[in-house]
Design a protein around this ligand. Structure first.
Ligand code: NAD
Length: 495
């Protein structure tokens, strides 16, 4: 059985308590992960604090070289990383490779850190006086991440936090902790000094210890909305800089003029890829007009019924199991609630069993039609392979409905009409918008972040926003002695 320990100051440390880790495809326990609390966070902060000054003093160009090497190592070891992800998360191998590639983009962006940290300079802001600004690292910062992207989401944070000169403590999800430990090993091989990156495993006690620790300057969180809100409130109350990204309910609008085959393809991938366990998964299809709705549902139904579901070792599988038995049962409960509240159950994924994998956490693709906004399946994030169709009479009704939803992570419109598309991008109250693009996750040179209950805090993750989040601004105003004449000045300085 795989024993997964914390990594503190470059050493693997196991605390007494541990949590079981399961293979979702077989339902069998595959390992046990150490469960840390205040003592482990104290030790990690001590290691990070000791490592921080030398790392902060390392030139940005040298820090960038670690990023280049990390990029190379990730490329060389991506299959191993992908297998580690799939074994504990359940997603298909190709999907795990996709997550790795998107995390790698952030490492690539961090390679440009010498350029990104360039300050601005103004000569002669007053007589013989110049002004320049610089961005300095915060110190020890922490990241708390969810189960659904055990490599990509830590990489939304680590590369830029480290490239900016901070020391980092990662608290990954307790459900799939092996891949984050492997990531740490790659960072070390890439040349990151011991103590600059530490991994502490665990649940609420570890999170609370991070939020309360006076030695941690900032916290990045990605997970569900109730926990994001809690992390933001408690972290800010302790005087930290906090960014906390939460849950989602992403709508995809299908206009009457859209290419319906393209829209159906998009809904299949975005609704059922990774078994719907993505914060940017599309969980609501919004066809405009009854004719569009009938034609769309007719295309989706046979495809949902034919979804290829299997373990990550099956190269033909389009989606895998859900992450835990409890989560599978919760998603099945939403399907029951949808049916009970009057939705039309077009395809029911409950009761799926796979030969040889009878104890796995399987749930087939599910399609609900004629869902209305008062139903639980519409209001709450399901985080499973369940697509709801909400029929609307016109474009204005689609926009009004999306803008009234408490979540605002991602959305998309499928249309050939440039006016409608442009109006949508301008008026929709959502942070990441796709035009004929179902999962508009920004590339590494832009930043990621939703609106409304999908984010707490004022900075998105990775991209340019992360330079601001992981550094503090210092502005220097300088005059050399030859310029200082004329005695004391008691009025407020002006140019
Ligand atoms: P989660 O909120 O249960 O867990 C996230 C992290 O918080 C984990 O590290 C977990 O150990 C910790 N945690 C859990 N319960 C806690 C508690 N009571 N107190 C303190 N810490 C606690 O989320 P999850 O189930 O791992 O991930 C799925 C959720 O993450 C979904 O809601 C999904 O939308 C969201 N998500 C959001 C984004 C985004 O960018 N907005 C990206 C990925 C996932």
């Amino acid at each position: 059985m795989n024993q997964i320990g914390h990594i503190i100051g470059g050493k693997t440390v196991s605390s007494g308590a541990s949590t079981p880790v399961f293979n979702p495809a077989t339902g069998e326990q595959s390992g046990a992960v150490a469960s840390g609390g205040a003592a482990e966070i104290d030790a990690a902060v001590a290691a990070a604090t000791a490592a921080f000054p030398a790392w902060a003093a390392t030139t940005p160009a040298r820090r960038a070289r670690v990023m280049y090497e990390m990029r190379r190592l990730m490329e060389a070891r991506k299959d191993e990383l992908a297998r580690a992800i799939s074994a504990e998360h359940g997603k298909t191998h190709s999907d795990a490779l996709g997550e790795i590639a998107r995390g790698q983009e952030v490492v690539e962006f961090a390679c440009g850190i010498p350029h990104l940290l360039k300050g601005s300079f103004s000569a002669n802001v007053a007589t013989s006086m110049d002004s320049f600004d610089q961005r300095q690292p915060l110190g020890v910062v922490a990241g708390i991440t969810p189960f659904n992207f055990p490599v990509m989401v830590p990489l939304w944070m680590m590369p830029m936090a480290l490239a900016c000169g901070n020391a980092f403590i990662l608290k990954p999800s307790e459900r799939d902790p092996s891949a984050p430990n492997l990531l740490w090993a790659l960072w070390r091989e890439a040349g990151l000094p011991d103590g600059v990156l530490n991994v502490v495993h665990g649940g609420k006690p570890a999170v609370d210890a991070i939020l309360d620790h006076p030695g941690i300057a900032a916290v990045s969180f990605v997970g569900s909305t109730p926990i994001a809100q809690y992390v933001y409130g408690r972290g800010c109350a302790a005087g930290k800089r906090v960014q906390a990204l939460g849950g989602a309910k992403n709508h995809l609008v299908v206009m009457p003029d859209a290419d319906l085959d393209q829209a159906a393809d998009a809904l299949m991938g975005a609704g059922y890829g990774s078994a719907g366990e993505r914060c940017m998964a599309v969980s609501v299809a919004v066809p405009v007009g009854e004719k569009t709705a009938d034609a769309l549902v007719a295309r989706l139904k046979p495809r949902v019924q034919a979804l290829k579901i299997g373990p990550a070792t099956d190269a033909g599988a389009e989606m895998g199991p859900l992450v835990t038995a409890a989560h599978r049962d919760k998603v099945a409960g939403y399907i029951a609630a949808g049916e009970q509240q009057g939705a039309e159950l077009v395809v029911d994924g409950r009761g799926l069993s796979l030969q040889g994998y009878e104890k796995g956490y399987w749930l087939g693709g599910t399609l609900l039609d004629r869902v209305t906004t008062d139903m639980t399946v519409y209001q709450e994030e399901i985080f499973g392979p369940v697509l709801s169709v909400v029929r609307v009479p016109d474009y204005a009704a689609a926009v009004g409905m999306i803008n009234a939803h408490p979540f605002g992570n991602g959305t998309a419109i499928f249309t050939r009409d440039g006016d409608a598309a442009r109006d949508f991008t301008q008026s929709i109250q959502v942070g990441m918008v796709g035009v004929n693009v179902p999962i508009p996750v920004p590339v590494g040179t832009h930043s990621f972040g939703g609106w409304k209950a999908s984010i707490f805090g004022s900075h998105g993750v990775y991209g340019p926003e992360s330079v601001h989040f992981y550094t503090k601004l210092k502005t220097v105003t300088a005059r050399w002695p030859t310029g200082i004449r004329g005695g004391a000045q008691f009025t407020f300085p002006s140019s």
